[in-house]
Design a protein around this ligand. Structure first.
Ligand code: SAM
Length: 323
């Protein structure tokens, strides 16, 4: 484990989109509010994480902007003076919240968007809203929540014909684009009638996405810089592009992420099915600063020997622990 230490905090499992590869149309059994960490509990965990050397936080979900009062949580975390405080969002509510989030201390946002075509957007997310998301991206930039990152999952036969379009869009809008390989998460179940079970036929390798970019825009140069879990490349135009390839080129050695679920479970990996129940510790009075700090140190130590297993064994609910 050589990567920069990051705590990804999933603040809710609720989401207002139903992306075909992530959450079933009918939704999912949700964690009851009483079993979700309060913002004060999250802040206590984050404080201990900082004592154990984590200086970067990312809020995710579900959809983090769908949990009421999330701006207050941003304020609590910003008060800890981390080096980085970011948020990953579907962008639907970003135009409403961008200025408030910035004022509360948020530093930057990543927006997930898989198509630039309105009809296709509704087919993928099963909800309307592309215009709102585009307005949200603009609002985030205007509020100073940049550099805004755009994450695009590429799926064969669904949106893989938009690779070049996304590169042009990112250049025109001044956002950092990252293409992500589709992972066989539990959203991809037989009940997911649009995609069926995880079918390798849907999967587009990072290498193929890069080839498509090169065919349209010329050679990509690999940069040495560490883009977190993304490999960063540059086009002749100077535009930088990230590729996140958990399936074809696993990046475990460069992953310094821990994940806190909305229910207070701390996981060391997307493949970690169990995790440690911090909510129980907190509510039983066994989570003082020293105990929590020890938990974080042990979690990082466990990551050094962790073997994630085959990608097909990924069982994580992305909608719950936030990708
Ligand atoms: N609602 C927020 C958002 O839209 O970014 C945060 C949570 S969402 C689960 C985080 C990321 O996980 C999104 O970029 C989404 O596309 C990605 N994701 C979900 N399921 C995935 C899968 N099967 N393969 C690859 N990425 C996936």
């Amino acid at each position: 484990m050589s990567g920069v230490k990051v705590l990804r905090i999933s603040v809710t499992d609720r989401c207002d989109l139903r992306c075909i590869y992530c959450m079933p149309e009918a939704g999912v059994p949700l964690v009851p509010m009483s079993e979700m960490l309060s913002y004060e509990e999250v802040a206590a965990v984050a404080r201990a994480a900082m004592a154990a050397g984590i200086r970067r936080f990312r809020l995710t979900g579900g959809e983090p902007l769908a949990r009421r009062g999330v701006v207050a949580l941003v304020g609590l975390l910003a008060a800890l003076k981390p080096d980085d405080l970011a948020l990953t969002t579907n962008g639907l509510h970003l135009a409403d919240f961008a200025a408030e989030l910035k004022a509360a201390g948020l530093m930057r946002v990543t927006v997930s968007l898989d198509t630039l075509r309105p009809e296709r957007f509704e087919a993928i997310t099963r909800r309307p809203g592309l215009e709102r998301i585009l307005a949200g991206i603009a609002a985030a930039r205007a509020a100073g929540l940049g550099p805004v990152k755009l994450n695009t999952v590429v799926i064969r036969g669904v949106n893989d014909d938009e690779v070049a379009g996304f590169v042009r869009f990112a250049a025109a809008e001044g956002v950092d684009l990252r293409f992500i390989e589709l992972m066989p998460t539990s959203g991809l179940t037989p009940e997911c009638k649009e995609l069926g079970a995880w079918r390798p036929a849907l999967f587009v390798k990072g290498e193929e996405i890069r080839a498509r970019v090169e065919a349209a825009f010329g050679p990509l140069e690999r940069l040495a810089e560490n883009g977190g879990v993304a490999a960063v490349y540059r086009l002749g135009s100077g535009q930088r592009l990230g590729f996140i390839t958990p399936v074809s080129e696993p990046f475990c050695g460069g992953c310094g992420r821990l994940r806190l679920g909305p229910d207070g479970r701390l996981r060391i990996c997307l493949f970690d099915r169990g995790g440690l129940d911090l909510r129980k510790m907190l509510r039983e009075g066994r989570a003082g600063a020293a105990e929590l700090e020890a938990v974080f140190r042990a979690a990082f130590a466990a990551k050094t020997t962790w073997e994630r297993g085959a990608i097909e064994s990924l069982s994580s609910d992305m909608f719950r622990i936030g990708g």
